[in-house]
Write a protein that binds this ligand. Structure first.
Ligand SMILES: Cc1ncc(COP(=O)(O)O)c(C=O)c1O
Length: 304
């Protein structure tokens, strides 16, 4: 069985309370369980270092505000993460690559006290495989327009809520049709995001000798009802510092088909090249795709 470490945030134990993840520990009346009413974050730990921790904690706080959840201070999460990683090292032996998940639910019905915990576990082997070989993706309609987030704040677009059943159903739908992943589109024809990732698109200009003279990295508009990715944010800053031009959509499916390269990026899977979308090959020049992928992956690797 995959090793899981579990630490609850507990006001009476400031460093967190370690529990046995193989035993039942949640109440059946917890609103996170019965309604998916809560928020979460998934982080990657490499060689003992938690990557992009401030960005994840800040997005957790923002998701909590959108849901009017009164979450613990950042410090309480940080302490529980330290405890979880120490326990992981004690039980598994290494901290080379660990996934850490932070979860906060609205709590047991009637208590108005969020239930909060941290788990630590190894990444799925598929993440590495997909990163190395690339993925095939289907475009799937999410069924609402790209302006909806402001008009309908109750839909919690842009919050990382526990209600991921639809995202997981989209992945199953794609898997059943032989694809690895999904890019959602809006009803007004815009490219949105993957069920667990951000879309990135590159355009490069080359001179007669095939040398790249300019590079542009584009992601869908952040206000189009998508989750602002911590990986996209960090990579954009690094790419800009190394001479890339940046763009924030709007993107349409043709922009993907005409791109020099397309990736899905997230904290755990990292930068993953898209080989096909709806069966059509992406990126006319495989050598250019590889060069752009290697460059951006190198920049992303160096992000703390
Ligand atoms: C819907 C969605 N978009 C984007 C992302 C990528 O976010 P991050 O780069 O912060 O992992 C995720 C991560 O799980 C996600 O669930």
């Amino acid at each position: 069985m995959t090793p899981h470490v579990l630490v609850f945030l507990d006001p009476s134990q400031p460093d967190g309370r370690i529990e046995d993840a193989s035993r039942p520990t949640l109440f059946a009346t917890d609103l996170g369980v019965s309604r998916g009413d809560g928020v979460f974050e998934t982080l990657l730990v490499l060689d003992g270092h938690v990557r992009k921790l401030p960005a994840h904690l800040s997005r957790l706080a923002s998701s909590g505000r959108m849901m009017r959840l009164d979450l613990p201070e950042h410090e309480a999460w940080e302490r529980a993460i330290v405890t979880a990683l120490a326990e992981y090292q004690r039980t598994v032996g290494v901290l080379d690559e660990v996934v850490v998940r932070l979860v906060a639910t609205r709590g047991v019905e009637g208590t108005h006290t969020p239930t909060c915990w941290v788990t630590a576990f190894p990444p799925a082997p598929s993440a590495k495989r997909q990163r190395e070989h690339g993925i095939d993706v289907l475009l799937l309609d999410r069924g609402y327009d790209s302006d909806l987030a402001d008009r309908a704040p109750w839909l919690l677009l842009g919050a990382k809520t526990l209600s991921y059943a639809v995202n997981m159903a989209a992945l199953r739908f794609a898997n059943d049709r032989g694809a690895d992943d999904v890019i959602f589109t809006s009803s007004d024809g815009k490219v949105l995001e993957g069920p667990t990732s951000t879309v990135l698109v590159a355009h490069a200009e080359t001179d007669d000798g095939g040398r790249v003279t300019s590079k542009r990295l584009v992601t869908p508009q952040l206000d189009s009802g998508i989750l602002p990715g911590t990986s996209q944010g960090a990579l954009f800053a690094a790419a800009e510092a190394s001479g890339w031009e940046l763009g924030y959509g709007p993107l349409e499916p043709d922009d993907l088909f005409n791109a020099d390269a397309v990736w899905l990026i997230s904290s755990v899977r990292l930068l993953t090249p898209v080989n096909h979308i709806d069966g059509k090959p992406i990126g006319a020049d495989p050598a250019l795709v590889k060069a752009l992928t290697d460059e951006l992956a190198g920049l992303f690797d160096r992000i703390a």
